[in-house]
Design a protein around this ligand. Structure first.
Ligand code: AP5
Length: 221
């Protein structure tokens, strides 16, 4: 019997739909959805030093320094609910982060790693980020026209009326995030392809279609 999906990494540019799919897959496979962006936003809400530090980088669309992210992820993966695996959404994002993750997983004795690349044209990314609404309370994400909440203004996941536009979804910050992705994160595609761990999905399709592909990929024995 398969004991769990192992560590699944969702890799892709800002707005590719990683968070949308990670939340669905994690619910179905009953493993945690570990989003480093959400963890930072949670820290910020709690007013912790990590949150204060990350805010300056996030608001201008820059990556938070590797050592800060890696220690936060190490903490999270050490928690009991992540023992059977998890969906890592937005981590790693640099080669040093990927190398640190390999060392950590070896130390923790965790099994296989599957990396899913969300491939999408940049014109579609702009449209998706342009209409995104995020729940301030639970972090769920919607789109004004492409993926609206069932009841306008209310979050489907937690029911609160706290949908807003993220500070880093302003056009200047989005441009900076795209540049960071191209320079620092895209090289991870070769890094994981060389380890035979990379799977690519066409993320330009409907949410349900992508979800079905992921189901086939991640449920395989
Ligand atoms: P993070 O929160 O991870 O942002 P991101 O990677 O830029 O990803 P997004 O959340 O923008 O997009 P997504 O791919 O999850 O798309 P979504 O599902 O929402 O990181 C924020 C910041 O934190 C970073 O810039 C950095 O500063 C810092 N950070 C985080 N991790 C870090 C790390 N490892 N190292 C250093 N710094 C780090 O979908 C987008 C929109 O499209 C939504 O409106 C959604 O409803 C809609 N949508 C989704 N799928 C579809 C579809 N198939 N069809 C139509 N619409 C769709």
């Amino acid at each position: 019997m398969k004991s769990g999906p192992g560590i699944v990494i969702f890799l892709g540019p800002p707005g590719a739909g990683k968070g949308t799919q990670a939340s669905r897959v994690a619910t179905r496979l009953r493993v945690p959805h570990v989003s480093t962006g959400d963890l930072f936003r949670h820290h910020l809400k709690q007013g912790t030093p990590i949150g204060q530090l990350a805010k300056g980088f996030m608001d201008r669309g820059a990556l938070v320094p590797d050592e800060v992210v890696c220690s936060m992820v190490e903490d999270r993966l050490g928690q009991p609910d992540a023992k059977g695996g998890c969906i890592l959404d937005g981590f790693p994002r640099t080669i040093p982060q990927a190398e640190a993750l390999e060392v950590l997983l070896t130390r923790l004795g965790r099994g296989t790693t599957t990396v899913v690349s969300f491939d999408l044209a940049s014109s579609v990314l702009e449209e998706r980020i342009g209409g995104r609404l995020t729940c301030k309370s639970c972090g769920a994400s919607f789109h004004a026209t492409l993926n609206p909440p069932k009841v306008a203004g209310l979050c489907d996941a937690c029911g609160k009326a706290e949908l807003h536009v993220r500070a880093d979804d302003r056009p200047e910050a989005v441009r900076a995030r795209m540049t960071e992705y191209a320079q620092k994160t895209a090289p991870l595609l070769d890094f994981y392809a060389s380890r035979g761990a990379l799977y690519r999905v066409d993320a330009g399709r409907r949410i349900g279609e992508i979800e079905k592909d992921l189901e086939v990929l991640l449920d395989r024995p």
